[in-house]
Design a protein around this ligand. Structure first.
Ligand code: MCN
Length: 768
């Protein structure tokens, strides 16, 4: 990578390749009356045009949708067909309609303009709440009312009873704005077909070969082992590179049809339109309290915009991941969660860093903060009073999931201490003297790792090279998480070999490794654990060889720092020497290993300052105390937390994908209209560990990859809301962009009711 020899997906070229360009729908909802590709086909250099009809004629199936949870009353998730190229109808702006293949990418792009599509426009709907109205445009036959799943979790009766007993009920509704994933590398692929072997090869931007293979096999009608995936460097994933995409399937189908490889490199503009997006959720929450400030019950209502089709992870994130941490870090058994999963004329939504847990955490932690303010209690003291105490673990929550272990009180106390929580008033006063509004926010978050996941069985293979180096094979793909370092640390720690002699491979085309791709922050606890077991297996196997080599009984041998030693003597042989002498004998392959669920958690505290004349927000201090179980590498954990915290803060401060309600067009289709956070967004960040090792996996680790987002979203919003209260703004929610903050402060100053921004109207209309 440092020498510029890293190969990203668009760097790959295969001899004889043609180039593809996708013609995409320019409107949100329409019937395709006719499609005429003759003009394009007549252009010099054009090889073929693939359409929805060709896809149907080839017998290709719908892209898959999965949801391991059922809806209310045991109802199944409705899975409307999702063709890789539109068939008869387009349902969102950017939907692939035809794939034009030519000798160069430029010719393909020009030729796409010569494909004539005659559309008959249909009414469109882009908001989930609008799509649920009677008389709303209907997207799919077989999905009445655009509702694919009506989901619930928890105990409705117990929750109602708790609310009846309440002395005080506090409510808070919000709109979790829609986001675009925006990995650095726009999506790209090269597809090839081997007629003799009957196999496909795909170079693709992916978070792991196992997911792509499993998802594409039914679409293409071949067994998973006939799909080889190559992914060396991938420029980021963030959840939106987990699933297969229509483009990948169409490129493979085209390669088969043409008998030559096809390459497609998407543009940034296409990624805004056609990458899976995320969130776009309305939520209403209520909390019931007794006279002492104890939480008696909580209930949440979510309406989730799934886009035009159900993405593979789309239903999962809006069901399982909303209820596996349903009561947050609090000791409360009366919780009820409802979620409606709705089709709209927008690009499908799916996993995005946190994948449901930040939504749940935001709903709970914003509500808890509001409750503390309304009853006049310190938000830290209010939370502490209601935490699940250490002695109660394992703690089963009302939705059936079991928190394995934790020390919520210790985590919160440390965050309070380290952030100098109690001296905040002086800092606020000092800021006020500088004319700035200072606010303080806390979130006590919890999220799940491996709770209700797709592929809980992991595999790791460890092989010795002839030079005494070690190659590790894993299903998880590293695209910024530092797996090369941490897996090597684990294996080097057991084998006593230098870390530099260990290589990691996660996509070797003809080698099928089972297990989860990178996702759900479970790579370390799942795959890292099997790496540990594989290394331990090597040591065990080496014992027999060492005993032969040193002519000594096992009982007289010990393994220390990479060497088998005869106890009490200087006779020894290294594991590397044995591996070189006995090729293949010290390799290890651990398969079918299952790890249990675990629940990373933490307490984050942010302080912000707002410039009242401009509405500009600065995050001036941020303290994160996290329980990620056993830590393998603090520096990497800190990097992951910094990335996640910044990602969550960026979302709160205004990152937002907006579809126009009237035209169904995406209004924020470039970085000119979509403010990506900068690395310097979060100042004075301190990340502190508070590890409580879990017993649910051999390493004792919990995940960290997404925890930063889950912690920072409510934390930063609570801090902004706190700062704004001092300016007389009593209610404010995300997006906390500069314009909205400025308008809120001005309205409060003038004593006039604030002109409601579009997001507030959205929530208010839905609540009515
Ligand atoms: N780690 C550790 N000790 C722990 C836990 C983790 O040392 N107790 C280390 C791990 O060994 C690994 C890293 O921290 O090197 C992250 O581990 P883990 O929490 O297991 O998460 P994953 O590796 O499964 O990463 C997935 C997670 C997700 S789901 C998203 S989305 C995400 C993220 O990671 N996307 C990212 N972080 C990202 N970082 C970058 N740079 N780019 C993305 O696309």
């Amino acid at each position: 990578m440092l020498q510029g020899r890293g190969r990203y997906v668009s760097d790959w070229n295969v001899p004889g390749q043609a180039h593809g360009h996708f013609l995409r729908a320019d409107r949100p909802h329409a019937r395709i009356v006719s499609l005429d590709a003759s003009g394009a086909l007549a252009m010099p250099g054009v090889v073929a045009v693939l359409t929805g009809d060709d896809v149907a004629a080839a017998g290709a199936q719908s892209l898959p949708a999965a949801a391991p949870m059922k809806g209310r009353g045991g109802a199944e998730l409705l899975k409307p067909p999702h063709p890789m190229l539109a068939q008869g109808r387009v349902r969102y702006v950017g939907e692939p309609v035809a794939l034009v293949i030519a000798e160069t990418a430029a010719i393909a792009q020009d030729a796409a303009e010569a494909v004539m599509v005659d559309y008959e426009d249909l009414p469109a709907v882009v908001r989930a709440s609008d799509a649920l109205e009677s008389g709303a445009p209907q997207l799919h036959e077989g999905v009445p009312g655009n509702l694919v799943l009506d989901f619930e979790g928890g105990d409705a009766a117990a929750t109602d009873a708790a609310f009846k007993r309440a002395v005080k009920v506090v409510s808070l509704s919000a709109y979790h704005t829609r986001v675009v994933g925006n990995p650095m590398e726009p999506r790209a692929c090269v597809g090839d077909w081997d007629g003799e072997a009957g196999s496909y090869t795909l170079h693709a931007c992916t978070q792991g070969a196992s997911a792509l293979r499993g998802q594409m096999a039914p679409v293409l009608g071949v067994p998973p082992e006939k799909i080889f995936i190559v992914a060396e460097e991938v420029g980021g994933g963030f959840g939106v590179r987990f699933n297969t995409y229509p483009e990948y399937c169409a490129v493979l189908l085209a390669a088969k049809r043409l008998g030559r490889p096809v390459k497609w490199v998407g543009t940034r503009s296409e990624m805004f339109l056609a990458d899976e997006q995320a969130r776009d959720i309305l939520h209403a929450g209520e909390i019931a309290l007794d006279a002492d400030g104890r939480i008696l019950g909580m209930r949440f209502d979510f309406v989730c915009n799934m886009g035009a089709y159900v993405a593979f992870t789309g239903a999962f994130v809006n069901t399982v991941n909303l209820v596996n941490v349903a009561s947050g870090v609090y000791e409360v058994q009366a919780v009820h969660v409802q979620a409606k999963l709705v089709m709209t004329n927008t690009v499908p939504t799916a996993a995005y860093r946190g994948a449901g847990r930040p939504v749940s955490s935001y709903a709970i932690e914003r509500l808890v903060d509001q409750a503390a303010h309304e009853i006049g209690m310190d938000p830290a003291a209010f939370r502490r009073k209601n935490l699940v105490p250490k002695c109660r673990f394992p703690y089963r929550i009302i939705t059936g999931f079991e928190y394995d272990c934790g020390d919520f009180e210790g985590v919160l106390d440390k965050a309070v201490r380290e952030s100098d929580w109690n001296a905040f008033a002086a800092r606020r006063e000092q800021a006020a003297r500088r004319g700035r509004l200072r606010g303080r926010g806390m979130s006590a978050y919890i999220e799940s790792s491996s709770a209700g996941g797709f592929a809980p069985y992991d595999q790791a293979t460890l092989e010795w090279d002839v030079d005494g180096g070690v190659t590790l094979y894993a299903a998880s793909h590293n695209h910024g998480q530092g797996h090369e370092t941490t897996y090597a640390q684990i294996v080097a720690g057991v084998l006593g070999v230098p870390m530099e002699s260990i290589r990691l491979k996660s996509s070797v085309p003809d080698r099928i490794i089972t297990g989860n791709p990178t996702g759900g922050s479970r790579s370390l606890l799942g795959i890292g654990s099997v790496m540990l077991l594989a290394a331990q297996e090597v040591v065990k196997k080496g014992m027999a060889l060492a005993s032969e080599e040193l002519e000594t009984a096992h009982a007289d041998l010990e393994f220390l720092e990479g060497e088998y030693r005869v106890k009490g003597t200087d006779r020894k042989v290294s594991v590397v020497a044995l591996a070189r002498k006995h090729p293949g004998k010290l390799d290890a392959d651990i398969t079918g290993q299952k790890v249990g669920a675990t629940f990373p958690n933490g307490c984050h505290i942010a302080e912000v300052e707002i410039e009242p004349e401009t509405g500009e927000v600065e995050i001036v201090r941020y303290t994160a105390v996290d329980d990620a179980g056993t830590i393998v590498n603090h520096q990497i954990v800190e990097g992951q937390m910094q990335g996640g915290i910044t990602q969550g803060a960026g979302h709160i401060l205004g990152e937002q994908a907006v579809y126009d309600r009237d035209t169904g067009q995406l209004l924020t289709g470039s970085f000119m209209d979509y403010p990506m956070p900068r690395a310097v967004l979060v100042n004075n960040l301190r990340v502190l560990d508070h590890p409580v090792p879990t017993k649910t996996n051999p390493l004792g680790a919990k995940g960290v990859g997404e925890a930063g987002v889950t912690g920072s979203m409510p934390c930063v919003m609570n801090a902004i809301a706190d700062a704004l209260r001092a300016a007389g703004v009593s209610r404010f929610d995300m997006p906390a962009n500069q314009e909205r903050i400025w308008a809120a402060i001005r309205a409060a100053k003038a004593g006039s009711p604030r002109a409601m921004a579009v997001e507030d109207v959205h929530v208010a209309e839905w609540r009515r």
